[in-house]
Design a protein around this ligand. Structure first.
Ligand code: MN
Length: 488
Protein backbone atom coordinates (compact mmCIF):
# COMPACT_ATOMS: atom_id res chain seq x y z
CA UNK A 1 0.00 0.00 0.00
CA UNK A 2 1.22 3.50 -0.76
CA UNK A 3 0.16 6.96 0.38
CA UNK A 4 -0.35 7.90 -3.27
CA UNK A 5 -3.13 5.32 -3.60
CA UNK A 6 -4.79 6.64 -0.46
CA UNK A 7 -4.63 10.23 -1.68
CA UNK A 8 -6.06 9.23 -5.06
CA UNK A 9 -8.91 7.28 -3.50
CA UNK A 10 -9.66 10.05 -1.01
CA UNK A 11 -9.75 12.73 -3.72
CA UNK A 12 -12.35 10.67 -5.65
CA UNK A 13 -14.81 11.13 -2.81
CA UNK A 14 -13.72 14.56 -1.66
CA UNK A 15 -12.83 16.65 -4.69
CA UNK A 16 -10.99 19.82 -3.77
CA UNK A 17 -9.92 18.60 -0.30
CA UNK A 18 -6.44 19.48 0.95
CA UNK A 19 -4.64 16.18 0.45
CA UNK A 20 -1.29 17.71 1.44
CA UNK A 21 -2.35 17.00 5.03
CA UNK A 22 -2.58 13.29 4.24
CA UNK A 23 0.96 13.30 2.85
CA UNK A 24 2.18 15.12 5.98
CA UNK A 25 0.45 12.68 8.33
CA UNK A 26 2.02 9.81 6.41
CA UNK A 27 5.54 11.29 6.57
CA UNK A 28 5.23 11.78 10.31
CA UNK A 29 3.92 8.25 10.92
CA UNK A 30 6.49 6.74 8.57
CA UNK A 31 9.38 8.33 10.45
CA UNK A 32 7.87 7.44 13.82
CA UNK A 33 7.50 3.74 12.95
CA UNK A 34 10.84 3.55 11.16
CA UNK A 35 12.61 0.24 11.75
CA UNK A 36 9.53 -1.52 13.18
CA UNK A 37 8.53 -4.78 11.54
CA UNK A 38 5.18 -6.63 11.63
CA UNK A 39 4.83 -10.38 12.24
CA UNK A 40 4.42 -11.00 8.51
CA UNK A 41 7.80 -9.36 7.87
CA UNK A 42 6.43 -6.16 6.35
CA UNK A 43 7.51 -2.71 7.55
CA UNK A 44 5.10 -1.62 10.30
CA UNK A 45 3.90 1.44 8.34
CA UNK A 46 1.99 -0.92 6.03
CA UNK A 47 -0.56 -1.51 8.80
CA UNK A 48 -1.57 2.17 9.30
CA UNK A 49 -1.48 2.64 5.52
CA UNK A 50 -3.93 -0.24 5.00
CA UNK A 51 -6.11 1.01 7.86
CA UNK A 52 -6.25 4.46 6.25
CA UNK A 53 -7.03 2.97 2.84
CA UNK A 54 -9.99 0.97 4.17
CA UNK A 55 -11.21 4.21 5.77
CA UNK A 56 -11.13 5.96 2.39
CA UNK A 57 -13.08 3.03 0.95
CA UNK A 58 -15.91 3.69 3.40
CA UNK A 59 -15.62 7.38 2.50
CA UNK A 60 -14.32 8.66 5.80
CA UNK A 61 -13.59 12.38 6.13
CA UNK A 62 -10.13 13.98 6.18
CA UNK A 63 -9.44 14.03 9.97
CA UNK A 64 -10.51 10.36 10.20
CA UNK A 65 -8.17 9.18 7.44
CA UNK A 66 -5.33 11.21 8.95
CA UNK A 67 -6.06 9.66 12.35
CA UNK A 68 -6.03 6.25 10.64
CA UNK A 69 -2.47 6.90 9.46
CA UNK A 70 -1.42 8.08 12.91
CA UNK A 71 -3.44 5.66 15.05
CA UNK A 72 -0.54 3.55 16.41
CA UNK A 73 1.96 6.40 16.85
CA UNK A 74 1.34 7.31 20.54
CA UNK A 75 1.14 3.66 21.61
CA UNK A 76 4.12 2.27 19.73
CA UNK A 77 6.60 5.12 19.27
CA UNK A 78 8.23 7.81 21.32
CA UNK A 79 5.96 10.50 19.89
CA UNK A 80 3.06 11.75 22.00
CA UNK A 81 -0.52 12.90 21.52
CA UNK A 82 0.42 16.50 22.27
CA UNK A 83 2.93 16.36 19.43
CA UNK A 84 0.18 15.17 17.09
CA UNK A 85 -2.06 17.93 18.35
CA UNK A 86 0.59 20.56 17.64
CA UNK A 87 1.19 19.29 14.12
CA UNK A 88 -2.26 18.23 12.97
CA UNK A 89 -4.76 20.00 15.21
CA UNK A 90 -7.06 18.99 18.04
CA UNK A 91 -9.67 17.08 15.98
CA UNK A 92 -7.13 14.58 14.59
CA UNK A 93 -5.49 14.33 18.02
CA UNK A 94 -8.87 13.65 19.64
CA UNK A 95 -9.55 10.77 17.24
CA UNK A 96 -6.09 9.24 17.66
CA UNK A 97 -6.42 9.51 21.41
CA UNK A 98 -9.83 7.82 21.21
CA UNK A 99 -8.31 4.85 19.38
CA UNK A 100 -5.33 4.74 21.75
CA UNK A 101 -7.63 4.75 24.77
CA UNK A 102 -9.40 1.72 23.40
CA UNK A 103 -6.09 0.05 23.92
CA UNK A 104 -4.45 -2.43 21.70
CA UNK A 105 -6.37 -5.63 21.93
CA UNK A 106 -3.58 -7.95 22.85
CA UNK A 107 -5.70 -11.07 23.15
CA UNK A 108 -4.68 -11.80 26.72
CA UNK A 109 -7.69 -13.77 27.77
CA UNK A 110 -11.35 -13.09 27.58
CA UNK A 111 -11.61 -10.72 30.56
CA UNK A 112 -9.08 -8.39 29.04
CA UNK A 113 -10.99 -8.48 25.80
CA UNK A 114 -14.26 -7.57 27.47
CA UNK A 115 -12.59 -4.64 29.17
CA UNK A 116 -11.63 -3.41 25.72
CA UNK A 117 -15.13 -3.94 24.49
CA UNK A 118 -16.54 -1.77 27.23
CA UNK A 119 -14.15 0.98 26.29
CA UNK A 120 -15.23 0.58 22.71
CA UNK A 121 -18.83 1.41 23.47
CA UNK A 122 -17.87 4.42 25.50
CA UNK A 123 -15.73 5.70 22.65
CA UNK A 124 -18.61 5.08 20.29
CA UNK A 125 -20.81 7.42 22.29
CA UNK A 126 -18.24 10.19 22.20
CA UNK A 127 -17.43 10.11 18.47
CA UNK A 128 -18.42 7.31 16.11
CA UNK A 129 -15.41 8.00 13.91
CA UNK A 130 -13.19 6.46 16.59
CA UNK A 131 -15.03 3.19 16.08
CA UNK A 132 -14.73 3.39 12.32
CA UNK A 133 -10.96 3.63 12.71
CA UNK A 134 -10.97 0.72 15.16
CA UNK A 135 -13.00 -1.40 12.70
CA UNK A 136 -10.62 -0.72 9.83
CA UNK A 137 -7.66 -1.43 12.11
CA UNK A 138 -9.28 -4.76 13.04
CA UNK A 139 -10.05 -5.64 9.44
CA UNK A 140 -6.42 -5.19 8.47
CA UNK A 141 -5.32 -7.25 11.47
CA UNK A 142 -7.71 -9.99 10.36
CA UNK A 143 -6.19 -9.98 6.90
CA UNK A 144 -2.79 -10.66 8.43
CA UNK A 145 -4.10 -13.33 10.80
CA UNK A 146 -2.24 -16.05 8.88
CA UNK A 147 0.92 -15.28 10.82
CA UNK A 148 -0.52 -16.10 14.24
CA UNK A 149 -0.79 -19.54 15.86
CA UNK A 150 -4.08 -21.37 15.03
CA UNK A 151 -5.48 -21.08 18.56
CA UNK A 152 -5.13 -17.30 18.50
CA UNK A 153 -6.56 -17.12 15.01
CA UNK A 154 -9.68 -18.91 16.15
CA UNK A 155 -10.17 -16.77 19.21
CA UNK A 156 -9.78 -13.49 17.34
CA UNK A 157 -12.07 -14.69 14.59
CA UNK A 158 -14.72 -15.67 17.11
CA UNK A 159 -14.57 -12.36 18.93
CA UNK A 160 -14.86 -10.50 15.67
CA UNK A 161 -17.80 -12.56 14.53
CA UNK A 162 -19.61 -12.14 17.83
CA UNK A 163 -18.97 -8.49 18.55
CA UNK A 164 -17.34 -6.43 15.82
CA UNK A 165 -19.34 -7.70 12.84
CA UNK A 166 -22.76 -7.23 14.47
CA UNK A 167 -21.85 -3.69 15.49
CA UNK A 168 -20.72 -2.92 11.94
CA UNK A 169 -24.09 -4.27 10.81
CA UNK A 170 -25.97 -2.13 13.28
CA UNK A 171 -24.11 0.90 12.03
CA UNK A 172 -25.19 -0.17 8.55
CA UNK A 173 -21.65 -0.61 7.19
CA UNK A 174 -22.40 -3.85 5.36
CA UNK A 175 -19.16 -3.57 3.46
CA UNK A 176 -17.06 -3.96 6.62
CA UNK A 177 -19.46 -6.47 8.12
CA UNK A 178 -19.26 -9.02 5.33
CA UNK A 179 -15.54 -8.63 4.83
CA UNK A 180 -14.96 -9.38 8.52
CA UNK A 181 -17.43 -12.26 8.45
CA UNK A 182 -15.90 -14.05 5.48
CA UNK A 183 -12.37 -13.87 6.89
CA UNK A 184 -13.58 -15.17 10.27
CA UNK A 185 -15.61 -17.91 8.58
CA UNK A 186 -12.45 -19.10 6.83
CA UNK A 187 -10.52 -19.38 10.09
CA UNK A 188 -13.31 -20.85 12.20
CA UNK A 189 -14.71 -23.39 9.73
CA UNK A 190 -11.94 -23.93 7.16
CA UNK A 191 -13.47 -27.07 5.62
CA UNK A 192 -16.94 -25.65 5.20
CA UNK A 193 -15.45 -22.44 3.87
CA UNK A 194 -13.36 -24.10 1.16
CA UNK A 195 -16.16 -26.45 0.20
CA UNK A 196 -18.61 -23.61 -0.23
CA UNK A 197 -16.07 -21.41 -1.94
CA UNK A 198 -15.46 -24.10 -4.52
CA UNK A 199 -19.13 -24.73 -5.19
CA UNK A 200 -19.88 -21.06 -5.31
CA UNK A 201 -16.94 -19.73 -7.27
CA UNK A 202 -16.19 -22.56 -9.62
CA UNK A 203 -19.05 -24.97 -10.14
CA UNK A 204 -21.90 -22.64 -10.84
CA UNK A 205 -20.31 -19.47 -12.09
CA UNK A 206 -20.88 -20.01 -15.80
CA UNK A 207 -24.43 -21.17 -15.29
CA UNK A 208 -25.22 -18.17 -13.09
CA UNK A 209 -23.85 -15.68 -15.56
CA UNK A 210 -25.85 -17.18 -18.40
CA UNK A 211 -29.02 -16.94 -16.33
CA UNK A 212 -28.41 -13.31 -15.48
CA UNK A 213 -27.82 -12.32 -19.06
CA UNK A 214 -31.15 -13.89 -19.85
CA UNK A 215 -33.02 -11.91 -17.18
CA UNK A 216 -31.31 -8.71 -18.20
CA UNK A 217 -32.22 -9.20 -21.83
CA UNK A 218 -35.89 -9.47 -20.90
CA UNK A 219 -35.94 -6.61 -18.39
CA UNK A 220 -33.85 -3.92 -20.07
CA UNK A 221 -36.11 -3.35 -23.15
CA UNK A 222 -39.01 -2.72 -20.76
CA UNK A 223 -36.97 -0.23 -18.75
CA UNK A 224 -35.88 1.57 -21.91
CA UNK A 225 -39.45 1.67 -23.13
CA UNK A 226 -40.55 3.30 -19.85
CA UNK A 227 -37.67 5.81 -20.26
CA UNK A 228 -36.20 4.91 -16.87
CA UNK A 229 -32.49 5.50 -16.34
CA UNK A 230 -30.99 2.49 -14.58
CA UNK A 231 -27.94 0.49 -13.62
CA UNK A 232 -28.24 -3.24 -13.14
CA UNK A 233 -25.80 -5.08 -10.94
CA UNK A 234 -25.55 -8.67 -9.92
CA UNK A 235 -25.16 -9.04 -6.20
CA UNK A 236 -23.66 -12.29 -5.01
CA UNK A 237 -24.21 -13.06 -1.38
CA UNK A 238 -21.09 -13.47 0.63
CA UNK A 239 -20.12 -16.94 1.77
CA UNK A 240 -20.79 -16.61 5.48
CA UNK A 241 -24.37 -15.46 4.93
CA UNK A 242 -25.00 -18.43 2.62
CA UNK A 243 -23.49 -20.71 5.24
CA UNK A 244 -25.82 -19.27 7.91
CA UNK A 245 -28.78 -19.74 5.61
CA UNK A 246 -27.86 -23.38 4.99
CA UNK A 247 -27.57 -23.95 8.74
CA UNK A 248 -30.77 -22.12 9.41
CA UNK A 249 -32.85 -24.04 6.90
CA UNK A 250 -30.94 -27.30 7.13
CA UNK A 251 -30.56 -27.38 3.35
CA UNK A 252 -27.60 -28.05 1.04
CA UNK A 253 -26.07 -25.33 -1.12
CA UNK A 254 -27.92 -26.16 -4.34
CA UNK A 255 -31.26 -25.66 -2.61
CA UNK A 256 -30.46 -22.18 -1.38
CA UNK A 257 -31.95 -20.11 -4.15
CA UNK A 258 -31.23 -16.59 -3.03
CA UNK A 259 -27.44 -16.78 -3.23
CA UNK A 260 -27.62 -13.91 -5.65
CA UNK A 261 -29.87 -10.97 -6.33
CA UNK A 262 -30.30 -8.49 -9.13
CA UNK A 263 -29.94 -4.92 -8.09
CA UNK A 264 -31.66 -2.21 -10.09
CA UNK A 265 -30.39 1.27 -9.24
CA UNK A 266 -32.51 4.17 -10.47
CA UNK A 267 -32.69 7.95 -10.14
CA UNK A 268 -35.59 8.57 -7.79
CA UNK A 269 -38.15 6.90 -5.52
CA UNK A 270 -40.98 7.06 -8.09
CA UNK A 271 -38.81 5.06 -10.48
CA UNK A 272 -38.23 2.44 -7.76
CA UNK A 273 -41.95 1.69 -7.55
CA UNK A 274 -42.34 1.84 -11.33
CA UNK A 275 -39.55 -0.71 -11.80
CA UNK A 276 -41.21 -2.91 -9.18
CA UNK A 277 -44.45 -2.80 -11.18
CA UNK A 278 -42.60 -3.67 -14.38
CA UNK A 279 -40.90 -6.66 -12.77
CA UNK A 280 -44.19 -7.92 -11.33
CA UNK A 281 -45.83 -7.59 -14.74
CA UNK A 282 -43.08 -9.72 -16.31
CA UNK A 283 -42.85 -12.42 -13.65
CA UNK A 284 -45.18 -13.61 -10.95
CA UNK A 285 -44.10 -12.44 -7.47
CA UNK A 286 -43.51 -15.05 -4.80
CA UNK A 287 -46.04 -14.56 -1.98
CA UNK A 288 -44.76 -12.92 1.23
CA UNK A 289 -41.41 -12.07 -0.27
CA UNK A 290 -42.11 -8.42 -1.08
CA UNK A 291 -40.59 -5.96 1.39
CA UNK A 292 -40.94 -2.20 1.25
CA UNK A 293 -37.92 -0.93 3.16
CA UNK A 294 -38.42 2.48 1.56
CA UNK A 295 -41.72 3.14 3.36
CA UNK A 296 -40.46 1.33 6.47
CA UNK A 297 -36.63 1.42 6.59
CA UNK A 298 -34.73 -1.09 8.71
CA UNK A 299 -33.57 0.30 12.06
CA UNK A 300 -30.01 0.66 10.77
CA UNK A 301 -31.37 2.96 8.07
CA UNK A 302 -31.37 0.46 5.19
CA UNK A 303 -33.80 1.39 2.39
CA UNK A 304 -34.74 -0.60 -0.73
CA UNK A 305 -37.61 -2.50 -2.31
CA UNK A 306 -37.12 -6.27 -2.21
CA UNK A 307 -39.11 -8.78 -4.17
CA UNK A 308 -38.62 -12.36 -5.24
CA UNK A 309 -40.30 -13.52 -8.45
CA UNK A 310 -40.65 -16.76 -10.37
CA UNK A 311 -38.23 -15.79 -13.12
CA UNK A 312 -37.25 -17.47 -16.41
CA UNK A 313 -37.09 -21.30 -16.33
CA UNK A 314 -39.26 -21.16 -13.21
CA UNK A 315 -36.27 -20.18 -11.08
CA UNK A 316 -36.74 -17.79 -8.17
CA UNK A 317 -34.93 -14.48 -8.58
CA UNK A 318 -34.55 -11.78 -5.97
CA UNK A 319 -34.62 -8.12 -7.00
CA UNK A 320 -33.46 -5.18 -4.93
CA UNK A 321 -34.59 -1.80 -6.23
CA UNK A 322 -33.17 1.45 -4.89
CA UNK A 323 -31.88 4.92 -5.69
CA UNK A 324 -28.17 5.71 -5.95
CA UNK A 325 -28.25 7.43 -2.56
CA UNK A 326 -29.91 4.42 -0.91
CA UNK A 327 -27.32 2.21 -2.57
CA UNK A 328 -24.42 4.18 -1.11
CA UNK A 329 -26.08 4.17 2.31
CA UNK A 330 -26.52 0.41 2.19
CA UNK A 331 -22.80 -0.10 1.70
CA UNK A 332 -21.34 2.64 3.85
CA UNK A 333 -24.06 3.00 6.49
CA UNK A 334 -23.52 5.90 8.81
CA UNK A 335 -20.31 6.59 6.98
CA UNK A 336 -22.42 7.44 3.91
CA UNK A 337 -24.46 9.77 6.07
CA UNK A 338 -21.46 11.79 7.04
CA UNK A 339 -20.58 11.97 3.37
CA UNK A 340 -23.97 13.11 2.16
CA UNK A 341 -24.77 15.33 5.08
CA UNK A 342 -21.53 17.18 5.10
CA UNK A 343 -22.01 17.75 1.38
CA UNK A 344 -25.35 19.33 2.08
CA UNK A 345 -23.75 21.32 4.87
CA UNK A 346 -25.92 19.85 7.60
CA UNK A 347 -23.09 18.89 9.89
CA UNK A 348 -22.27 15.39 11.09
CA UNK A 349 -24.54 12.39 11.72
CA UNK A 350 -26.17 11.75 15.05
CA UNK A 351 -25.26 9.04 17.48
CA UNK A 352 -27.96 6.37 17.17
CA UNK A 353 -30.22 5.70 20.16
CA UNK A 354 -28.90 2.19 20.81
CA UNK A 355 -25.36 3.50 21.31
CA UNK A 356 -26.64 5.64 24.14
CA UNK A 357 -28.52 2.64 25.48
CA UNK A 358 -25.30 0.62 25.65
CA UNK A 359 -23.65 3.36 27.64
CA UNK A 360 -26.57 3.32 30.11
CA UNK A 361 -26.29 -0.43 30.54
CA UNK A 362 -22.58 -0.22 31.15
CA UNK A 363 -23.05 2.45 33.83
CA UNK A 364 -25.37 0.12 35.65
CA UNK A 365 -23.37 -3.09 35.40
CA UNK A 366 -19.85 -3.26 36.70
CA UNK A 367 -19.03 -6.91 36.03
CA UNK A 368 -17.75 -7.20 32.48
CA UNK A 369 -19.03 -10.69 31.75
CA UNK A 370 -22.48 -9.65 32.91
CA UNK A 371 -22.20 -6.60 30.68
CA UNK A 372 -21.45 -8.62 27.57
CA UNK A 373 -24.34 -10.96 28.31
CA UNK A 374 -26.65 -8.03 28.73
CA UNK A 375 -25.76 -6.19 25.53
CA UNK A 376 -26.04 -9.41 23.60
CA UNK A 377 -29.53 -9.79 24.96
CA UNK A 378 -30.77 -6.23 24.69
CA UNK A 379 -28.82 -4.74 21.83
CA UNK A 380 -27.46 -7.32 19.43
CA UNK A 381 -30.85 -8.72 18.79
CA UNK A 382 -32.33 -7.31 15.60
CA UNK A 383 -34.41 -4.21 15.98
CA UNK A 384 -37.85 -3.46 14.58
CA UNK A 385 -39.83 -0.28 14.02
CA UNK A 386 -43.50 -0.08 14.98
CA UNK A 387 -45.83 2.85 14.63
CA UNK A 388 -48.31 4.59 16.90
CA UNK A 389 -51.71 5.68 15.49
CA UNK A 390 -50.23 9.18 15.19
CA UNK A 391 -47.52 7.82 12.92
CA UNK A 392 -44.64 8.12 15.40
CA UNK A 393 -42.02 5.40 14.94
CA UNK A 394 -40.72 3.42 17.93
CA UNK A 395 -37.59 1.31 17.79
CA UNK A 396 -37.86 -1.97 19.71
CA UNK A 397 -35.91 -5.22 19.88
CA UNK A 398 -37.14 -8.07 17.71
CA UNK A 399 -39.94 -10.11 19.36
CA UNK A 400 -41.00 -7.12 21.47
CA UNK A 401 -44.66 -7.21 22.59
CA UNK A 402 -47.44 -4.59 22.77
CA UNK A 403 -46.56 -4.10 26.45
CA UNK A 404 -42.98 -3.19 25.49
CA UNK A 405 -44.44 -0.77 22.98
CA UNK A 406 -46.85 0.70 25.56
CA UNK A 407 -44.01 1.43 28.00
CA UNK A 408 -41.90 2.87 25.18
CA UNK A 409 -44.70 5.36 24.48
CA UNK A 410 -45.41 6.36 28.09
CA UNK A 411 -45.28 4.85 31.58
CA UNK A 412 -49.00 5.49 32.12
CA UNK A 413 -49.94 3.83 28.85
CA UNK A 414 -47.98 0.80 30.02
CA UNK A 415 -49.52 0.75 33.50
CA UNK A 416 -53.06 1.11 32.12
CA UNK A 417 -52.75 -1.20 29.12
CA UNK A 418 -55.81 -3.41 28.80
CA UNK A 419 -55.90 -4.45 25.17
CA UNK A 420 -54.32 -3.86 21.78
CA UNK A 421 -55.26 -3.26 18.16
CA UNK A 422 -52.56 -4.34 15.72
CA UNK A 423 -52.96 -3.31 12.09
CA UNK A 424 -56.64 -2.60 12.77
CA UNK A 425 -57.29 -6.05 14.21
CA UNK A 426 -57.69 -7.06 17.84
CA UNK A 427 -54.44 -8.58 19.12
CA UNK A 428 -52.97 -10.00 22.33
CA UNK A 429 -50.78 -8.10 24.76
CA UNK A 430 -48.17 -10.87 24.74
CA UNK A 431 -47.87 -11.40 20.99
CA UNK A 432 -44.71 -10.64 19.02
CA UNK A 433 -44.75 -7.40 17.06
CA UNK A 434 -43.41 -7.26 13.51
CA UNK A 435 -41.49 -4.54 11.72
CA UNK A 436 -43.92 -1.92 10.39
CA UNK A 437 -46.88 -2.88 12.62
CA UNK A 438 -49.36 -0.16 13.48
CA UNK A 439 -50.07 -0.55 17.20
CA UNK A 440 -52.79 1.06 19.27
CA UNK A 441 -52.98 0.35 23.00
CA UNK A 442 -56.40 0.34 24.64
CA UNK A 443 -56.18 1.66 28.18
CA UNK A 444 -58.27 1.21 31.27
CA UNK A 445 -58.57 4.72 32.64
CA UNK A 446 -57.96 5.14 36.34
CA UNK A 447 -56.02 1.92 36.77
CA UNK A 448 -52.64 2.63 38.33
CA UNK A 449 -50.72 -0.60 38.38
CA UNK A 450 -49.51 -3.07 35.79
CA UNK A 451 -49.98 -6.82 35.82
CA UNK A 452 -46.99 -8.66 37.32
CA UNK A 453 -47.54 -11.54 34.91
CA UNK A 454 -46.37 -9.30 32.06
CA UNK A 455 -42.83 -9.90 33.34
CA UNK A 456 -43.12 -13.37 31.84
CA UNK A 457 -43.08 -12.05 28.27
CA UNK A 458 -41.77 -8.48 28.03
CA UNK A 459 -38.50 -8.06 26.14
CA UNK A 460 -37.25 -4.57 26.96
CA UNK A 461 -35.37 -3.51 30.05
CA UNK A 462 -37.53 -0.40 30.30
CA UNK A 463 -40.79 -2.35 30.49
CA UNK A 464 -39.31 -4.87 32.93
CA UNK A 465 -38.00 -2.18 35.27
CA UNK A 466 -41.23 -0.18 35.26
CA UNK A 467 -43.46 -3.21 35.84
CA UNK A 468 -41.32 -4.27 38.80
CA UNK A 469 -41.29 -0.80 40.25
CA UNK A 470 -45.05 -0.32 40.02
CA UNK A 471 -45.81 -3.84 41.18
CA UNK A 472 -43.79 -3.08 44.30
CA UNK A 473 -45.77 0.13 44.92
CA UNK A 474 -49.02 -1.72 44.39
CA UNK A 475 -48.11 -4.34 47.02
CA UNK A 476 -47.13 -1.62 49.44
CA UNK A 477 -50.45 0.15 48.97
CA UNK A 478 -52.57 -2.93 49.52
CA UNK A 479 -50.47 -3.73 52.54
CA UNK A 480 -51.25 -0.27 53.94
CA UNK A 481 -54.92 -0.78 53.29
CA UNK A 482 -54.81 -4.13 55.03
CA UNK A 483 -53.21 -2.76 58.21
CA UNK A 484 -54.57 0.80 58.43
CA UNK A 485 -52.42 1.82 61.36
CA UNK A 486 -49.08 1.24 59.65
CA UNK A 487 -46.92 4.09 58.37
CA UNK A 488 -49.10 6.71 59.94
MN1 MN B 1 -3.42 -0.74 14.71
Amino acid sequence: MTIERIIKKFAENHPGADTKLLAQAFEFANLAHEGQIRKNGEPYIQHPLHTAYILTEIKADLPTVMAGLLHDVPEDTKHTISEIKKRFGSEVAFLVQGVTKLGKIKYRGIERYRENLKKMFLAMASDLRVIFIKFCDRLNNLRTLENLPPEKQKRIAKETLEIYAPIAGMLGISRLKWQMEDICFKFLYPEEFHDLEYKYEVEKKVERNRFFQKIKSILTPKLDEAKIKYDIEVRFKHLYSIYLKMQDKGRPFNEIYDVFALRVIVENIDDCYQVLGLIHSLWKPKPNRFKDYIAVPKPNGYRSLHTTVFGPEGKAVEFQIRTREMHEESIYGLAAHWHYKSKRGQGIYQTPAWVKEIVDIQKEITSTSEFVKKIKLDIFRDRIFVFSPRGDAFELPEKATPIDFAYAVHTNIGNQAAGVIINEKVGRLDQELKNGDLVEIIIEKGRRFPDRDWLKFVKTKRARDLIKEYAKRSRLESFKRFIPGINK
